[in-house]
Design a binder for this molecule. Structure first.
Ligand SMILES: [Mg+2]
Length: 286
């Protein structure tokens, strides 16, 4: 399927320099049955944030939701039989600052905390129990690493993410050694090594797939009559792709290259294409 028709022309996206203007999908085209379900069925749209609706920046302060993305998400939330959720590693508090429509479900910390439009929330009890440990570790990282090295520590409250991409290569070993020592000290937390960061999470099995289960159950969307769609760009989104696939839904990976082993059924190559796709989706459900 191509989105390079008049409705989604470069003109419409003009002045949006952070996004690619090339809206033509690469990879597989959408199957007719999926297009039909996306336009006609009750639809759940799950969206990762960073790398999916916001381009990746090494300077986190630049990673903001563009007005056009916010506008299209807000339009989607107002359509009948359409539910939209942002499912991100960032805290729900941070997602609230993105100022989506009040109808958008905000699932922070991979959905360990989910805030619904009716002002209710589902927060995993075990995650809350890990709070004192996370706070102690946060202080140790500040004292022993942040004070001497250019690390960036994202405090998502229910998880921490320590980025070390700005640390000179010859000093990165210090980060690895410190984190290894922290992991031995804080056995009640889960440490996860990512390419240029470490994530620290509550010590139980959790993923964005679990988060989709929570949302589907809470909203009664788990009756087999909803088309679940999830768009994400990283390993952390694979569980959500799998969950959607198992529910007979649609999964879309954002990556300019083929990713071996990804469960995603479709692929787009940039957040710009995600925006174009969401515009298409909104138009098809009017
Ligand atoms: Mg992402």
């Amino acid at each position: 399927m191509s989105l390079t028709n008049g409705q989604y022309s470069g003109e419409e996206l003009d002045g949006f320099p952070i996004f690619s203007l090339d809206c033509e999908f690469i990879g597989k085209s959408f199957e007719k049955a999926d297009l039909k379900r996306m336009s006609e069925d009750r639809l759940f749209v799950g969206l990762d944030r960073d790398g999916t609706i916001v381009p990746i920046y090494s300077d986190q302060s630049l990673a903001l939701v563009d007005d056009r993305v916010r506008k299209i998400i807000n339009q989607l939330t107002k359509l009948p039989q359409t539910t939209v959720s942002i499912v991100s590693a960032r805290s729900a508090e941070r997602l609230k600052k993105d100022y989506y429509s009040a109808e958008a479900i905000l699932a922070g910390n991979y959905g360990l905390e989910v805030y619904f439009p009716d002002d209710t929330a589902v927060i995993q009890k075990e995650a809350l129990e890990a709070l004192p440990l996370l706070r102690s570790l946060r202080q140790l990282i500040a004292d022993e690493l942040e004070s001497t090295l250019p690390i960036c520590l994202d405090d998502h409250v229910l998880s921490l993410c320590l980025h070390y991409h700005l640390v000179p290569e010859h000093e990165q070993q210090i980060v690895h050694q410190k984190v290894s020592a922290f992991a031995k000290q804080f056995t009640g937390l889960q440490f996860r090594a990512l390419p240029t960061s470490y994530e620290v999470l509550p010590p139980f099995d959790w993923s964005k797939g679990h988060s989709l289960s929570v949302i589907a159950q809470r909203l009664g969307l788990d009756d087999g009559k909803t088309c679940f769609l999830f768009i994400g760009d990283s390993e952390a989104d694979e569980a959500a792709f799998q969950w959607c696939n198992e529910a007979g839904g649609i999964s879309i990976l954002v990556n300019s290259r083929e990713v071996e082993g990804s469960a995603a059924k479709y692929r787009v190559h940039s957040p710009g294409q995600v925006l174009a796709f969401l515009q298409y989706l909104s138009g098809s459900r009017q």
